[in-house]
Design a protein around this ligand. Structure first.
Ligand code: NDP
Length: 292
């Protein structure tokens, strides 16, 4: 069997096109465009690329994307003050603080200050609670992207055995919640799970969100399973040229021989994350405009 490759890049393009249509309709109805404000503290090179991409992507769909840069030695009080200012600004619909923050700034304090209705990352405890209790809130972007990819694969999640490897608050746990809401029977595995390969072999749907290059081997995968690989790991190119390449948490070539469908890295979950951030911003703007 050679698995269907779930093309996150083209799915992300169609999500962005959907959002653009939504933004045009929002502008026609409310006389303004949704606003996404991204906060970057410091000069971490990866964070600089991510935040620039978010700002660019939001402007491309017709939103007002703004990037706020603060120096690496910013005090916690100055970051809190910026978040408070964005909370109070009626033209700001989505606030995203890029992680990680410098060590003098308490991450939890900053994220907790973002008002839940503008929390487009879905990390605020109120949004976490809404997701856990099956009520509408703002849901973390990468997990939403994973669910869209599973939909693309045409998976019937009702009663399916789903295994999520990884239990982080931003990826593993929310994905598990979303799978549960779709009536899958969900197991969350982590670094203390006994006999992880055997647990994974039970899965009709296997989600890997670990951060360990190609940890999930082909023979961990049940024949015909659908595999979503969230991991992004930079490894040596193997060509002796000193260059690197990106791989996921799943050994793709091996997994392709067993899975029915699989997301590649790069080009799977990654592109969906920003597309779902734009979707969340439009959702936040629409709720604020209609619910006051
Ligand atoms: P975290 O480091 O926060 O969590 C990793 C999880 O994997 C933990 O729950 C940990 O278990 C578990 N784990 C670690 N080692 C093992 C092991 N040997 N066996 C089983 N479980 C293990 O990572 P994130 O959730 O933030 O990210 C996971 C991956 O997804 C990373 O590669 C990250 O780069 C990528 N990512 C990709 C995104 C995208 O847009 N595509 C967005 C966000 C993340 P324990 O809790 O026991 O320590």
């Amino acid at each position: 069997m050679s698995a269907i490759i779930l093309d996150g890049k083209s799915l992300a393009e169609s999500v962005r096109a959907e959002v653009k249509v939504g933004v045009d309709a929002f502008r026609a109805k409310h006389g303004r465009v949704p606003g996404l404000d991204v906060v970057l503290v410091g000069e971490d090179p990866a964070s600089q690329v991510y935040t620039r991409n978010k700002e660019k992507a939001s402007n491309e769909v017709g939103m007002r994307g703004r990037l706020h840069r603060l120096p690496a030695d910013s005090s916690e009080a100055s970051v809190l003050a910026l978040v408070a200012q964005l909370n109070a600004d009626p033209l700001v619909d989505g606030i995203l603080v890029q992680l990680p923050l410098p060590k003098q700034v308490n991450e939890q304090k900053i994220l907790d200050l973002i008002v839940p209705e503008k929390d487009v990352d879905g990390f605020h405890p109120i949004n976490v609670g809404l997701l856990a209790s099956g009520r509408p809130g703002l849901v973390p972007c990468t997990p939403v992207g994973c669910m869209r990819l599973l939909k693309l694969a045409g998976v019937d999640l009702k009663g399916a055995r789903a295994v999520v490897v990884g239990r982080s608050n931003i990826v593993g746990k929310p994905i598990a919640q979303l799978l549960l809401a779709e009536h899958a029977t969900v197991t969350i595995a982590h670094s203390r799970t006994r006999d992880l390969p055997a647990v994974c072999r039970e899965a009709d749907v296997l989600v890997a969100a670990v951060g360990k290059a190609e940890m999930v081997r082909g023979d961990w995968i049940k024949s015909g399973a659908v595999v979503v690989d969230v991991g992004i790991n930079r490894v040596d190119s193997g060509k002796g040229d000193g260059k690197t390449r990106l791989v996921g948490d799943v050994a793709l070539e091996e997994a392709k021989e067993r899975a029915r469908a699989i997301t590649p890295v790069p080009g799977g979950v990654g592109p969906m994350t920003i597309a779902c951030l734009l979707q969340n911003t439009l959702t936040a703007a629409t709720r604020r405009a209609t619910q006051g």
